[in-house]
Design a protein around this ligand. Structure first.
Ligand SMILES: C[S@@+](CC[C@H](N)C(=O)[O-])C[C@H]1O[C@@H](n2cnc3c(N)ncnc32)[C@H](O)[C@@H]1O
Length: 452
């Protein structure tokens, strides 16, 4: 049966395979699981979006391709659009990197279970694997159904097959192996877009599992405080995603010459309740770790609870009280994503003032990945205008209402990497921009301009 672009298949009798491979017009498209229940063995697979080479001849085969279970000619399908008239194809063209979220883990004393979601690379759930170093005993269950991703990523083929469970059997791991980190890898492509599989920087594809239980000790008990910093947060996701963001920032700082040591000074700009700062405090004990935020309530919480660090409330617009040329590193995660162009410019100038000559700024911004993510709420007009202007800071964000004096300050800001390269480089030298580096946020790596 085929409805819109979704192929729903069923095996009758016994002996259904655990997976099937779907071919469209003679080319591999996707491998999907076959699930068996009381009513029989079924599978679902979304076909390539209409208007992307429109497939006509569909074959259902074994994953190796050897056995043919069935074939048919698919009817012409209507293009997929969201509720606001935006076409899936228009979003996919600009956002080929699959998004992943790994927010949960549990530990039963022997096994670590890590759960999350990863969009099927180029729409093919069969193309995703995880890779550990040698000696790690694990089982990767993917794809599993995800209603949440299926709904949110309306434009991504087979997003309803995004969930995974990774079971790491610690007692069965070889002594000396490292079961606390893995990376996602993508194998062969499909007709969607082979460039989707070129994921660029492997740093951003790595996942780190906090190896210490005390990584999660002492979080705000007021849930509004947790979710003001990162929507939909829980104690677990704050710990797991915060640790991953720390490791991602640490790796990028190291690549640009900033590593842990005495006298090293780091500032977490827009630190919230210290979701990431806490891991610097735990793992960089010799360094001087500062955090600042315009949210005085969260800063007061950090001052009371993260006593190894120094925390100060930031003004809405700089200058801050930090001395000039005092920082080896400053990072800001999802802060520029909330500021107008003018306020962004003022803070970039402040970083230029605060950085030591060899200091590094790692500042994230909401680029194409984040804009694509937001299209569940956006229409065609917004998308087209944004692609043309490459910047939008019009939409207000109410998350800090009542916490800061100016109700128009906090925004939802979307900008392209091209815009960022052009405008931010007027203030700092941009060394590199890495797309989708932390979640769906791009990161700009910058340093003070050299005097000519
Ligand atoms: C989405 S939250 C991210 C918090 C934190 N960086 C993290 O990743 O957990 C954005 C934070 O930036 C803060 N913020 C916004 N504008 C700021 C500014 N100009 N200076 C310092 N903090 C700011 C907000 O109060 C909020 O805590």
């Amino acid at each position: 049966m085929i409805t819109a672009d979704m192929l729903c298949g069923r095996f009758s009798g016994v002996g259904a395979p655990p997976q099937v491979g779907i071919r469209c017009d003679g080319r591999h498209w996707a491998s999907v699981p076959v699930t068996t229940d009381d009513t029989g063995a079924h599978f679902t697979c979304q076909l390539p979006p209409a208007a992307w080479p429109q497939s006509t001849k569909v074959e259902i085969r074994s994953v190796s391709g050897e056995d043919l279970y069935g074939s048919f000619t698919a009817p012409t399908r209507k293009p997929i659009t969201n509720l606001h008239g935006l076409g899936a194809i228009d979003v996919l063209k600009h956002h080929p990197l699959p998004f992943s979220a790994v927010p949960y883990m549990s530990f039963d004393g022997a096994r670590l279970v890590v759960t999350g979601e990863h969009l099927p690379p180029a729409g093919d759930p069969g193309a995703l694997t995880v890779v550990f170093g040698p000696g790690v005993a694990y089982e990767f269950k993917y794809p599993l159904p995800s209603m949440a991703f299926g709904n949110h990523f309306w434009y991504w083929p087979n997003a309803h097959l995004s969930a995974f469970q990774l079971i790491i059997d610690l007692p069965a791991c070889a002594p000396g192996s490292d079961p606390f980190r893995f990376r996602f890898e993508y194998s062969n492509g499909n007709p969607l877009d082979p460039t989707a599989l070129q994921v660029g920087d492997v740093l951003g594809r790595q996942v780190f599992i906090p190896p210490r239980l005390d990584a999660g000790i002492g979080l705000p008990r007021d849930n509004t405080q947790l979710t003001r910093v990162q929507t939909w947060s829980s104690d677990q996701s704050v710990t797991v995603t915060g640790y991953n963001a720390f490791r991602a920032i640490e790796a990028l700082l190291a690549r640009h010459g900033v590593t842990h040591g005495p006298e090293v000074t780091i500032l977490d700009w827009g630190c919230g309740h210290g979701r990431v700062t806490r891991h610097f405090l735990q793992n960089w004990p010799q360094a001087r770790i500062h955090g600042t935020d315009i949210d005085g309530e969260n800063i007061a919480w950090c001052q009371r609870n993260l006593t190894a660090g120094s925390f100060a409330t930031a003004p809405l617009v700089p200058p801050t009280e930090y001395p000039a040329a005092s920082l080896d590193g400053v990072f800001g995660i999802s802060v520029m994503t909330h500021l107008t162009a003018e306020v962004q410019a003022a803070w970039l100038d402040e970083f230029a003032r605060l950085l030591k000559p060899e200091g590094i700024a790692l500042i994230t911004f909401g680029g194409k990945g984040a804009a694509a993510w937001s299209t569940v709420f956006r229409g065609r007009d917004w998308w087209e205008r944004w692609l043309e202007t490459e910047f939008d800071d019009h939409q207000l964000d109410a998350a800090l209402d009542g916490k800061i004096a100016d109700k128009t300050y906090y925004r939802h800001t979307a900008q392209t990497a091209e815009y960022t390269q052009g405008f931010w480089s007027k203030h700092l030298e941009i060394l590199e921009i890495i797309p989708d580096y932390i979640g769906n946020l791009d990161v700009a790596v910058m340093r003070k301009r050299r005097q000519s």
